[in-house]
Design a protein around this ligand. Structure first.
Ligand code: KIV
Length: 309
């Protein structure tokens, strides 16, 4: 297969002009990035959703800059030529410009990201501007912004009434004016997302924001049903069920070790002829009678193994 041509923010904007839909998926490590890259996604997002789907937290708030750098670096090793955006985690862009730029520097230099994503609208426009001016592309993120879940009153659809729709439009425009190369719209009413997508010259990338966005993003673990806490959500479509396959494979492995089917003849390495006898003559032929009896499986253990799987 010919190597994929690297994407950049100029080409991303052009895709909107040419009505070409953008595909983005999250990835958090080498294998997820490699699979996403091989499947041909346009953009890999090292999302702070890693807090939920990889680290087992119940929100994205505990995710640190160190977590993001570590996972972004692992993702970059598997991503090939794919454009990587890394999330700025909770409270890393609300202090001084110097502090914000230090975080951005780490995600780019240590995490090997090509761009950063930030949640928020008008209140972060100045920070977006300084990052863009320093030469780093910024992806905005408005609507449901999980880092602010405690102030927006839970995971609720945004932009349903006229006032809230206008608020989102103003935020999207502020991000565009600040230099963002695209904006994620999360959990936004379809009509509002459509209007924002028509109004902006930069692409919108929707998640739970309907059919009229310029692109779509989903969380890796949701797409392939990989032990994801989000998989029952209305806006998610599951395209494969690797969780069941993995669980089934591990169950088979456990059963085969227990019942002695694995390892088999073709999985073992043989010593030279006579090695076994020479060791037995030196050490008395293995375990003592007492140890052999202690480790032997009981009749009830054997029964359990036989009924599993
Ligand atoms: O962290 C993340 O995965 C995200 C996407 C849901 C857009 O922000």
């Amino acid at each position: 297969m010919a190597a994929k041509k690297p994407l950049n923010v100029v080409k991303i904007r052009k895709m909107k002009e040419q009505n070409e839909r953008l595909t983005m998926i999250t990835a958090y490590d080498y294998p997820s990035a490699k699979l996403a890259e091989e499947a041909g996604v346009d953009i890999i997002l090292v999302g702070d959703s890693l807090g939920n789907v990889v680290l087992g937290y119940d929100s994205t708030i505990p995710v640190t800059l160190d977590d993001m750098v570590y996972h972004s670096r692992a993702t970059a090793r598997g991503a090939g030529n794919t454009f990587i955006v890394a999330d700025m985690p909770f409270m890393t862009y609300h202090g001084s410009t110097d502090e914000t730029l230090r975080g951005v520097r780490r995600l780019m230099q240590e995490g090997h990201a090509h761009a950063v994503k930030m949640e928020g609208g008008l209140e972060i426009a100045a920070a977006v501007k300084s990052i863009v001016q320093s030469g780093v592309p910024v992806l905005g993120h408005i609507g449901l912004t999980p880092q602010s879940v405690n102030t927006i009153g839970g995971y609720r659809v945004q932009g349903k009434d006229a006032a809230d729709a206008k608020r989102l439009m103003d935020e999207a425009k502020a991000l565009e004016a600040a230099g963002a190369f695209a904006v994620v719209l999360e959990l936004v009413a379809e009509e509002t997302a459509a209007a924002i997508s028509r109004e902006l010259s930069i692409p919108t990338i929707g998640i739970g924001a309907g059919r009229e966005c310029d692109g779509q993003v989903l969380v890796f673990h949701d797409v392939v049903k990989y032990a994801s806490p989000y998989m029952e959500k209305r806006f998610v479509k599951t395209f494969a069920d690797v969780g069941s396959q993995i669980r089934g494979g591990i169950e088979d492995y456990v059963n085969e070790v227990k019942n002695g089917a694995f390892p088999a003849e073709n999985h073992v390495f043989k010593a030279d002829e006579g090695v076994s006898e020479s060791l037995d003559s030196l050490y008395g032929g293995g375990r003592s009678e007492e140890a052999t009896q202690q480790n032997a499986p009981s009749a009830s253990d054997k029964e359990k193994v036989g009924t599993q799987g």
